[in-house]
Design a protein around this ligand. Sequence first.
Ligand code: CO
Length: 677
Amino acid sequence: MEKKQHGDLTAGLLDDAPVAVDNPVKVQDLTFRDGHQSLFATRGRTEDFIPIAEDMDRVGYYSMEVWGGATFDTMHRFLGEDPWERIRTLKKYIKKTPFSMLLRGQNLVGYRNYPDDLAEAFVDRACENGMDIFRVFDALNDFRNFETAVKIIKKHGKHFQGAICYSLTESRMGGAVYNLDYYLRKAKDLEDMGADTICIKDMAGLIAPYDAFVLVKALKESVKAPIHLHSHFTSGMADMSLLKAIEAGVDIVDTCLSPWAYRTSHPAVEPLVAALRCTSRDTGFDLKLLARCSEYMEKISPKYRHLLDDRMSIIDINVLLHQTPGGMLSNLVNQLREMDALDKIDEVFRQLPIVRRELGQVPLVTPTSQIVGIQTVNNVLFDSPQERYKMITAQVKDLCYGLYGKTAVPIDPEVQKKALKGYPRGEQPITTRPADVLDPELGKAEADVQGLAKDMDDVLIYALYPTTGKRFLRWKYGHEEIPREVKTKTLEEVKTEEELVRKAKAGLLVEKCVKDAPEKGAGARTFNVFVDGEFFQVDVEQVGGAPVITSIVQAPQPTAVPQAAPVAAPTMVSVPPPPPKPAAAPAPPAAQPAPPAARPAAAAPVGGTSIEAPMPGMIIRYEVGEGASVNEGDVVLILEAMKMENSIASPVSGTVKKINFKDGDTVQKGDVLAVIG
Ligand code: CO
């Protein structure tokens, strides 16, 4: 039989004769990680993967991505699942197919650079627990942030996949920074580091099909390591880009089972398998087997549907217009909405490329997309014609100091100087590998959870996520009951809740009561909802910027009609009075809803200069106490908004006369945080 050439994809379809498959496309499945991370805020539960795990193992995937990214965070925080246990459990069912994970370089599976001792311990435990392939990336494409992880991966004889974040400054690959040369240079760097495979990580779905063709072809000609393409469907181009990359000779591509594909997720595997049939790059996969797996995913998907963006369109046209990741856009819109400034969105879009350039033309991926986006919002809202960068977030200061690594182009010197004025680590930026300036943390973490943590896996959960990690360990060892909203639900329960959510979304949110709930994480709120005369407590949380309902608990109704509750001016929320306690009666069998914590008065009763919250957020800490004297410009408190920390300074010199909130409190825009007299 005549051997067909790679690009000769139509051969065999015309004469219906089998074609020699000389180079089948290898496929990695992402359903158990990036699929639900992209569509359902990473809420996929292990119990929902087990029933098809063995079938998935039979498909013939190159690998299955089952861990890393946000899974570690959400599992211990929201699902009450031990993240390490997921690897071990799935390994029992998936014996042939290698496991892969997404590792955020020195950020591991968190959102900041961790010191080397933590990075070494984490990668070591991931290897020991059964991880085979490590897809390592860095938001700045600064591969010095890979060094520690790669050392441990290699020590264990595991597979190091070096990923390059795909970024653009205009609508197509090219320009002064993210051009073909840039990617080829980065790929060579990875090969020099010993990368077993090289991944183009197109996290925002920006890669255009013909750019994918040009890029893959050039990479295949200049590096030996197999090339892997990861592209999100967000803009609607990913199917086409995969096909063009396949024509150009890409070795491995990423897909999901169809029910968890498309939208901000990935191309579906089934159409790709069908499209490549009888070509020289036929995957050889059994479509019937895949259909069976997908049918199962379809069946359990109602459990997650409430987390899905419910717009009609499955593509986000804004990504095509602005080349910014979809998640980042929804964050910006949310932030502006909370500030009552949605009309400024066009100005944000106008300034975004300027701020990004000033901050070193960084790729826009977690966490840099958030850092650039929120700083742009701050600039649009707070800058004056006389002064730019009036409110600089702590994360931008860290970026300017060099704590994230080296940016693609130098940071604007003016902005850098302003950001580093009074910066605690020093006013001169570093040029070394960021982790070189970080102190070890593992010893302290071990000491902190002594008696609670049973092994290094436990210690690492705490070390990476101190607050929620410790709470999880308390759940795990029965020191604390797992809250209802964390426990798993049946399909039936989910359907009932879905109906409630539908009603709530239809405008039946009668009472908007923001309860201080720092233990639920930043941005988490509890709403008291009345639907058809029944009372529910609904937890809403900001996931990737979009509000997501995380739990609904039916509760006995407070007696007072909430709208009639006296609203204590000038607070922005009304609080229903607690239910009356029946005098001398036995305690009611059903738990009464906890009365929402009364929020501190937000008025400024004493004379002096009020410091008002410039934005809604959570108070991280007050830097001064009542009675302290402050100079104009001194930081009074740190306010967190959209996961970014803002220093709020005193506009005058004087004495702190009043502090109205405490650390961890949630505040609204305009609340008086402190009074200086
Ligand atoms: Co991805």
